[in-house]
Design a protein around this ligand. Structure first.
Ligand code: ACO
Length: 332
């Protein structure tokens, strides 16, 4: 039987930093309010001509290089994004594949908002376990600044741009395998977080009236409550199902939406501070890119060692949610 191993990680964050102070000059807010309610201090913003695929390519190139797997052996590319280069088609995954020179891949996007990375991880696992693919590049990439209304203080303080990518490969060694992934959705909460239209490749200024139909709209407080409830249940379930205790987790990598949500879920699981990966202060919420960007921070700090167990946990528009138990299994 083939198992799926998480081989490598890469990420990219645009250079431009948007601080809370700068936002407080744009809308009626303050650094103090944003830090207290969200934990966010700053976020990255892509250049005007920098697309979601451009950022995805940079993250993916790093993940490929670190995996030790050759480009020609990659047979599938899945991109999780809610801010694709183009609305409908072509998919951002196909654009990334051509920019990387991956000529022999199945490529497609999925839309699961902030849960996108957990969803594409589960799809990669399933394709590998079914014996259909061997080396899958998964990319979470977002140019959320293209779909953010910078006159709405309820959303514009939260979101940022960036990308993260990983290589998932077939292995026969069960000790290297992704242990389990849970995913779920409930469309009855669809109106909590919505984006009627648009894409990061659209030639619009984000304050343009015509573009306003593509902006994210969120009922923040209601979303917050459902997020804490759902995330806590989801991680408790996946740990219990697999007979794993909180203390067995080396790195708890939650979606970086809001420090208060992360703290509530971490406390419910009795996670120690040093187990919880936090990047929300410097990148804000980068939706489908947030979990791989956070894993990359741990990797680049030298703290992610071969064999260590990660617990991933995400929640987002849809509503969607998901969790995953993932050992880090680089090729030896
Ligand atoms: N600055 C100052 N005041 C503000 C701001 C702001 N930026 N935003 C809202 N307020 C005000 C409100 O108007 C309200 O004022 P009022 O009491 O006079 O009516 C007050 O602050 C409280 O507003 P709430 O919305 O209740 O504030 P809350 O504590 O819930 O924080 C936040 C808002 C940060 C948006 C929070 O609800 C949140 O993080 N929600 C979850 C977001 C999330 O996880 N989304 C899912 C993933 S995203 C995705 O999938 C793309």
């Amino acid at each position: 039987m083939a198992y799926a191993a998480f081989r490598s990680i890469g990420a990219y964050a645009p250079e431009k930093i948007l601080t809370n102070q700068e936002l407080s000059e744009m809308v009626d807010t303050s650094d103090e309010w944003i830090v207290k309610r969200t934990g966010i201090k700053e976020r990255r913003i892509a250049a005007k001509d920098e697309t979601t695929s451009d950022m995805g390519v940079k993250a993916a190139a790093l993940a490929i290089e670190r995996s030790g797997i050759e480009k020609k052996d990659i047979d599938m590319l899945i991109c999780a994004t809610i801010s694709p280069d183009y609305f409908c088609m072509p998919s951002t995954a196909t654009i990334i594949s051509s920019k990387l020179g991956l000529n022999n891949v199945t490529a497609f996007d999925i839309s699961a908002a902030c849960t996108g990375f957990v969803y594409i991880l589960s799809i990669a696992k399933a394709f590998i376990e079914a014996g259909m693919k061997k080396n899958i590049l998964i990319v979470g990439a977002e140019k959320l600044s293209a779909i953010t209304d910078y006159t709405d203080r309820g959303t514009c303080i939260l979101f940022g741009d960036g990308a993260g990518a990983a290589i998932i490969s077939a292995t026969e060694d069960k000790s290297e395998a992704i242990i389990d992934i849970h995913t779920g959705a409930d469309g009855t909460f669809a109106d909590l977080l919505m984006t009627p239209n648009g894409g990061s490749g659209s030639a619009h200024d984000s304050l343009d009236q015509e573009a306003s139909s593509c902006f994210m709209q969120m009922k923040g407080n209601e979303t917050f409550k459902v997020a804490v409830r759902t995330l806590t249940k989801d991680v408790v379930d996946i740990l219990q199902t697999n007979n794993i205790k909180s203390e067995d987790i080396n790195h708890f990598v939650p979606h970086q939406a809001n420090y208060r949500i992360i703290k509530a879920v971490g406390d419910a699981l009795a996670m120690k501070e040093e187990q919880v990966v936090l990047t929300v202060a410097k990148y804000g919420n980068t939706s489908g890119a947030s979990i791989p960007m956070a894993i990359n921070e741990v990797y680049e700090s030298g703290d992610l060692k071969a064999g260590e167990l990660m617990l991933l946990d995400a929640f987002g528009g849809g509503l969607t949610w998901g969790s995953a138990l993932v050992p880090f299994s680089p090729l030896k």
